[in-house]
Write a protein that binds this ligand. Structure first.
Ligand code: BGC
Length: 377
């Protein structure tokens, strides 16, 4: 029986919980806010996607960057699990690919050179002697046309970009569409499609640096990679062409192991990467959606699975972070404070005929799906 006194208590609790932001999360939503203006005066927005559980992804149409991704820990405390900046200006100034979309070619192409239909193409060499992540102005540094929508599956943000024939040295005008979807099973999904008007090469990915603890280094994160083989590299991080067994090496993540357990091993491949910065050959057919990797952070209990249709995953343990960048909320990003798991085709595929092909012909549609799914344990 609700006496007037009990009613008053219930009412007061409701008011307190609303005021303190403790109210039950409302339904899925997406909201747009201005994020700033680029150097060439293009206005940029930031979109907040929210699901029914209160999970929230803030995504900008500058580089398609996931600026923050807020998920619960095992006690229901929400926290940000990706590295990044508070402002657009900081992303424009110096972004080591935090959270962005990467293209046209994610990862490296040796000396920026490749042959296609008997013609040699020369791309920018923006990473020592090699081409990295699409060149000087890759898809991470352009403003995408954005369309927010709430669908029955959850809030979506559709991003489109047309990359002109010859942009960054690549052949063909490439129309690219990426759809972000945040669904109620705490999944952030990306669906990429692309079409060209001239034979070209494409390898798109997403580049969030994760830290499931939301602080410190990622060495205690426990990682499983669904791969029996990886692609060893030379000292400039270009694959030698071999698919090498991970058995008995620091690259064996077939069973969950902490990232830190063997990261400083006396191993030539580890030395070349300054830690992990390699591509694993996923145990599944190319083009089929499958589990690539699972990461668990024991303190918070947060766990993330990465699924994709791509044949490989680059696991990068944040070895180039060195304390020179200060991110959101004043966090100084030190050595190995974040890890990236980038589903993709293998590095330097245009020069490795034995690797799955990255060629896109006219009349074909390129597809790639990447899924990050969050759990607690
Ligand atoms: C690469 C690293 C590179 C990083 C850029 C990763 O995808 O594998 O070598 O330093 O991106 O921040």
């Amino acid at each position: 029986m609700l006496t007037p006194k009990k009613l008053l208590i219930v009412f007061s609790l409701a008011v307190i919980s609303i005021c303190c932001g403790l109210a039950q999360p409302t339904g899925p939503s997406i909201k747009r806010q201005p994020f700033g203006i680029t150097k060439d005066n293009k206005p940029v927005d930031i979109y907040t996607l929210r699901n029914a559980n209160g999970v929230e992804a803030r995504i900008s149409n500058y580089g398609g960057i996931v600026v923050s991704l807020i998920v619960p820990d095992r006690h229901g405390n929400f926290g940000d699990v990706v590295l990044g900046y508070d402002t657009l200006d900081e992303y424009v100034k110096a972004n080591p690919y935090f959270g962005c979309l990467v293209g046209r070619y994610a990862n490296r192409i040796a000396k920026g050179r490749f042959m296609l239909s008997g013609k040699e193409y020369q791309l920018a060499t923006n990473n020592g002697p090699n081409h990295l992540h699409g060149g000087v102005v890759g898809f991470d540094k352009v403003v995408w046309q954005a369309k927010p929508l709430v669908t029955p599956h959850g809030p979506t943000l559709e991003l489109q970009y047309v990359s002109k024939d010859g942009e960054e040295g690549y052949p063909g005008t490439l129309g690219v569409k990426v759809v972000y979807l945040l669904s109620d099973d705490n999944t952030l999904r990306l669906d990429f499609t692309a079409q060209t008007n001239k034979k070209t090469i494409v390898n798109l990915t997403a580049h969030s640096y994760f830290n499931l603890a939301g602080k410190g280094d990622i060495l205690a994160h426990e990682l499983m990679i669904n791969a029996d083989r990886f692609t060893p590299v030379d000292e400039t991080l270009i694959p030698t062409g071999e698919l090498r067994s991970v058995k008995g090496t620091p690259f064996d993540f077939t069973q969950p192991r902490s990232v830190g357990a063997r990261i400083n091993a006396d191993d030539e491949q580890i030395k070349f990467g300054k830690g992990y910065d390699h591509n694993w050959v996923i145990n599944k057919p190319d083009g089929k959606l499958g589990l690539m990797a699972r990461v668990f952070e024991p303190n918070s209990g947060r766990e993330m699975e990465v699924w994709s249709t791509e044949p490989g995953v680059q696991f990068y343990s944040g070895n180039f972070l060195d304390g020179t960048l200060t991110g959101k909320g004043g966090w100084v990003y030190q050595f190995r404070n974040g890890l990236a798991l980038e589903p993709q085709h293998y590095p330097d595929s245009p020069n490795k005929p034995q690797f799955p092909s990255v060629v896109l012909n006219t009349g074909q549609t390129y597809h790639n799906t990447i899924i990050y799914k969050f759990f607690v344990r």
